[in-house]
Ligand binder design. Structure first.
Ligand code: NAD
Length: 296
């Protein structure tokens, strides 16, 4: 089996790495705070101090980091993956980053004899824990086939979309749908509450009809429970909408509703909600409506 390096073991990366270990892969790990992965190290994973050292000990290196600059630094920085790589290494970035950044990194990698796939995911922390992520992949068919058994240990729906960057374009499309749907669920539950109708019963009824969605189910439940522990940091979803709008600008595609949700997320960040789950967006709608969603 290929030796795997994994960089960035947060909300998503840690359960993904655990699933790889359970599938029998030997892992070399690096994340910002070593104390947070002592359990994986005790279970047999190896620690490395820099991405360069991770690459030296691996056949395949996965990154699951917050944003484009973090990934660019980990891959192409002075102590980065390229610095420790040999031709034949496969790099898989599973973070959500700008399509243009990953295309450039893939071109730089190819010049060194290294394959690089963009393979962002959807399905949230639950999907990461259960190994049921949707994985959307950009890069060569050969690199995709090589990575497939690794993806199968972390995900269920695994699709090669196209060439380099196509995975991140797909993820941008995904984030348009999720952001606007979260906003819709927030508006629906705030309206129900202020109109004196039990929002829990509204959610229950809507889940059986055309408005059904995973977001209504999961984010709706979080809102009713006022459980805003991430999950998915609101600041990261706002970051994704920045990527969405920059991509819209690049291709001259107006994205009017995504832009509005981005501004509401900016209001939430200004109110100090960046470290809360993205379902806490409801607090901005509640502020505007002067009400608070609660079960009857
Ligand atoms: P997170 O902040 O929980 O995890 C990121 C991890 O990377 C943290 O542990 C951090 O300490 C570590 N890190 C940051 N810089 C580093 C560096 N230079 N070297 C080593 N480690 C470093 O975020 P997350 O929720 O796990 O998200 C990771 C990526 O996946 C993001 O791009 C996010 O947008 C995307 N994503 C998240 C979700 C979700 O539901 N949480 C779902 C799909 C995609």
């Amino acid at each position: 089996m290929e030796r795997i390096g994994f960089i960035g073991l947060g909300v998503m990366g840690k359960p993904m790495a655990r699933n790889l270990m359970q599938a029998g892969y030997a892992l070399t790990l690096l994340t910002r705070t070593r104390a947070k992965i002592e359990d994986l190290l005790s279970a047999g994973a190896t620690w490395a101090d820099t991405p360069r050292v991770v690459a030296q000990h691996s056949d395949v290196v996965i990154t699951m980091l917050p944003d484009s600059p973090d990934v660019a630094q980990a891959i192409a920085g002075a102590e980065g993956i390229f610095a420790g790589a040999r031709p034949g290494l496969l790099v898989i970035d599973m973070s959500t980053i700008a399509p243009g950044v990953v295309r450039q990194l893939a071109a730089d990698a190819a010049a060194r004899g290294i394959d690089l796939l963009d393979a962002p995911v959807s399905g949230g922390e639950t999907g990461a824990i259960n190994g049921t992520l949707s994985i959307m992949v950009g890069g060569t068919e050969a690199a995709f086939q090589r990575a497939l058994p690794i993806f199968q240990a972390m995900g269920k729906t695994i699709v090669r979309i196209g060439e380099s960057g196509a995975g991140q374009i797909t993820k941008a499309a995904n984030q348009i749908v999720t952001a606007i749907t979260i906003e819709a669920v927030c508006e629906a539950l705030v309206l129900a509450t202020k109109a004196g109708v039990d929002p829990a019963k509204v959610r229950q009824a809507l889940l059986g009809g055309s408005a059904q969605s995973r977001i209504l189910e999961m984010h709706g439940e979080r809102i009713l429970d006022r459980n805003f522990q991430p999950g998915f940091f609101l600041r990261l979803h706002r970051k994704d909408l920045d990527i969405v709008l920059a991509t819209g600008k690049e291709y001259a595609v107006p994205l009017p509703v995504a832009a509005q949700v981005r501004e509401l997320m900016t209001a939430a960040l200004a109110a100090g909600q960046g470290e809360l789950d993205n379902s806490s967006l409801v607090m901005q709608l509640e502020r505007l409506a002067q009400t608070q969603v609660k079960r009857a």
